[in-house]
Design a protein around this ligand. Structure first.
Ligand SMILES: NC(=O)C1=CN([C@@H]2O[C@H](COP(=O)(O)OP(=O)(O)OC[C@H]3O[C@@H](n4cnc5c(N)ncnc54)[C@H](OP(=O)(O)O)[C@@H]3O)[C@@H](O)[C@H]2O)C=CC1
Length: 254
């Protein structure tokens, strides 16, 4: 696919453009919506094949694949009245917006594919969940780190809920850092140390030969400090609270 359009040029729109273009020998032509003007202008200056359109209809008319990346609450304003003929392929990255909902808004018979690109598509290092599988869309996300097509929209929503846990992970690390700083460790030293510790965790996650339970056990001395924090803080009540929060998120996404 040579022509890709993006309606909604914010965080995730920008990550997709950078992933498709940065250091790529033969990048696609990319057509951006005018809103998010500063980001759109910056991207079109930085990448040769990227241009800003006069309006959202021009994005659609110029593109074989159109990525919809506005916030959920902005979708009607952004999309109502657009004409999307059946020959285009629409990629819906809006969290919590099902394809039925989007089809009503766009009133089109064009193929609609849901996708969950994450910011790491910028470095082409993130696997993108898609539903339903479509060869052109799957090959687009292959270029950005990989594609994981799933069997139905219910499975898609489960993966979508999982992606809602990322910033909690950063907040957890920030809390560890603040705790150490509260005990007199210079904040910078605390943060550098915590980042290093969990970069090690990231590397060990790359070892697919060990299950997550195995990795936890391998890092734990019986009756040691790790076992103590796991069993006294991440205890059954905490784990169940997390499960309930995920269930509630899933219910809202579905
Ligand atoms: N951030 C992430 O990691 C992920 C986000 N998503 C989904 O992607 C979507 C966008 O998220 P994110 O990039 O974080 O949000 P941002 O707020 O960063 O970007 C949304 C963009 O949409 C633009 N916009 C608003 N109204 C219109 C319109 N009428 N026509 C064209 N563009 C418009 C906004 O412009 P302006 O600034 O002028 O308002 C803004 O640039 C959401 O639905 C989210 O659920 C999905 C996966 C991951």
């Amino acid at each position: 696919m040579r022509d890709i359009g993006i309606i909604g040029v914010g965080e995730i729109g920008r990550a997709i453009v950078d992933g498709l273009c940065d250091g790529v020998e033969d990048p696609p032509r990319i057509h951006l919506s005018p809103r998010g003007a500063r980001t759109a202008a910056e991207l079109s200056e930085r990448h040769e094949g990227v241009r800003v359109c006069a309006g959202n209809q021009e994005v659609v008319d110029s593109s074989e694949i159109v990525v919809i990346a506005v916030r959920r609450q902005d979708r009607h304003e952004a999309l109502a009245g657009l004409k999307v003929d059946d020959g285009r392929i629409v990629v819906n990255v809006m969290a919590g917006v099902g394809n039925d909902d989007l089809r009503r808004t766009l009133a089109t018979d064009a193929p609609l594919v849901r996708a969950i690109p994450l910011p790491a598509v910028r470095e082409r290092r993130s696997v993108t969940v898609t539903y339903p599988s479509h060869p052109a869309v799957d090959s687009l996300f292959e270029r950005l780190g990989g594609t994981l097509p799933v069997a139905d929209e219910a499975a898609f929503d489960v993966f979508s809920a999982l992606t809602g846990t990322l910033t909690t992970h950063y907040a957890y690390l920030a809390t560890l850092t603040s705790w150490a700083a509260g005990h007199g460790i210079p904040p910078e030293a605390a943060e550098t140390y915590v980042r290093g510790l969990f970069q090690g965790v990231g590397r060990s996650l790359g070892d697919g030969t060990r299950s997550l339970r195995r990795l936890a056990a391998d890092h734990e001395t019986p009756n040691g400090s790790n076992e103590r924090i796991r069993t006294t803080w991440f205890d059954r009540a905490n784990s169940e609270a997390l499960t309930r929060a995920l269930d509630a998120l899933l219910a809202d996404l579905a």
